[in-house]
Ligand binder design. Structure first.
Ligand SMILES: Nc1nc2c(ncn2[C@@H]2O[C@H](COP(=O)(O)OP(=O)(O)OP(=O)(O)O)[C@@H](O)[C@H]2O)c(=O)[nH]1
Ligand SMILES: [Mg+2]
Length: 367
């Protein structure tokens, strides 16, 4: 850190010497220039109105607080965030939501950084979110090293929010969906969501985005061995990253193999044949092709009415899954049900009852 970047706090006497050891570090230059950091509300507990107006005016401090409220597990915060979100909802929806998945180390974060900077140069405002259900257990790999998006995080037209810590995938899903609403209301027109393509998280991300991009790398041997077929089936495009240096040729071979493989799969989006591309996040090549593919996809799906119908379907599916989750929790948490279940389980094991009738009996008690 340069010496010039430090200065004494206000309360230090004039001409003070080294006995006053405290130094204040100057903030980042872009933060001072950025309009988003002006008029920051100092209130410790902003009201619903303050939060709504703050988000709509792209006050980053209030946007971050709004997301913290969304991420809170307390009932009180939940009620407040619900009121805020109701007011933000009419201002949301105007973005392209893009899911980015792939095996650990494929270069998702590096690609998001390169693509993000490219899109900002084209006049877009980018929000980057992550869905990382493993973060509470393994500390997660996604964005673990924040410096990976160091350049992008310094852009004033960018907002990066790592995955909420703790909780199951269902909890992370709610928080991420609602965070998308807040970011859209703040005027971000592209939302990029990074997730690791292992487990269930990619299916979850697929259920909240318009476009799903799979990041792959070429490796020795059979290109398709290491990846679940299922993840290719939900992708709208596959990009072979790290197509640079000695890897360039291998990436082209991988591209041909993937192109061939997806030819036999049913496209996820009706009428859209997924494209396979190559890119280098490090050398910043292939970014224009990725964006033109996404733009073509958006144009096509909007023209065909698929864009909105997919979003509507996602909202309906989500509502139904929330209802199911809530009912199931209510059912299994009821103490009478717990007792009845124990009795029924024993009867079943002893061969004294049938599963169908036991289930009917217990459900009757619940109703
Ligand atoms: N040569 C080359 N290396 C790359 C490229 N993109 C990423 N890398 C390197 O690959 C490593 C992993 O990159 P990340 O962007 O962190 O990968 P990730 O997919 O986000 O990883 P996780 O979040 O841990 O799953 C880093 O060392 C990057 O520098 C690329 O285009 N070319
Ligand atoms: Mg990453």
């Amino acid at each position: 850190m340069s010496k010039n970047n430090k200065y004494k706090p206000d309360w230090t006497p004039k001409n003070a010497g080294n006995e006053y050891a405290v130094n204040v570090v100057k903030g980042l230059d872009h933060a001072e220039k950025s309009t988003s950091y002006k008029n920051i509300t100092k209130s410790t507990n902003p009201s619903i109105e303050e939060l709504v107006n703050g988000v709509l005016n792209d006050d980053r401090n209030l946007l971050a607080r709004c997301i913290t409220l969304i991420e809170s597990n307390s009932q009180k915060h939940h009620e407040k965030s619900a009121k805020v979100l109701d007011k933000l909802l009419p201002h949301s929806g105007n973005s392209v939501r893009i899911g980015i998945s792939g095996v650990p180390g494929a270069g998702k974060s590096t690609l998001i950084e390169a693509l993000g900077i490219y899109l900002i140069s084209k006049g877009h405002k980018i929000a980057v979110l992550t869905v990382d259900p493993s973060s509470s257990i393994s500390k997660g790999s996604i964005l673990g090293d924040k410096t990976r998006m160091d350049k992008l995080s310094r852009e004033k037209n960018c907002f990066i929010r790592p995955s909420p810590s703790g909780g199951n995938l269902g909890g992370v899903t709610r928080k991420t969906r609602e965070t998308i609403t807040a970011c859209e209301a703040a005027g971000f027109d592209i939302v990029l969501i990074e997730t690791v393509g292992v487990g269930q998280s990619e299916i979850t991300v697929r259920s909240m985005v318009d476009f799903f991009l799979l990041v792959m790398i070429s490796g020795a041997g059979d290109e398709l061995q290491g990846i679940k077929k299922g993840i290719i089936e939900i992708s709208d495009s596959i990009v072979i990253n790290k197509a640079d240096g000695n890897n360039k040729q291998k990436a082209e071979i991988a591209k041909a193999e993937f192109q061939n493989a997806i030819h036999y799969l049913m496209p996820y989006t009706n009428g859209w044949q997924p494209k396979v591309l190559t890119a280098s996040a490090i050398e910043e090549t292939g970014l224009d092709k990725i964006w033109s593919t996404i733009s073509d996809f958006v144009d096509f799906t909007k023209k065909e009415g698929i864009f909105n119908s997919q979003r509507n379907k996602q909202s309906l599916d989500w509502m139904h899954s929330l209802i199911k989750e809530n009912l199931i929790n209510k059912f299994y948490q009821k103490s009478e049900i717990k007792d009845e279940l124990k009795i029924a389980e024993n009867l079943l094991i002893d061969g004294k009852a049938r599963a169908t009738s036991a289930a009917e009996e217990i459900l009757k008690k619940f109703n």
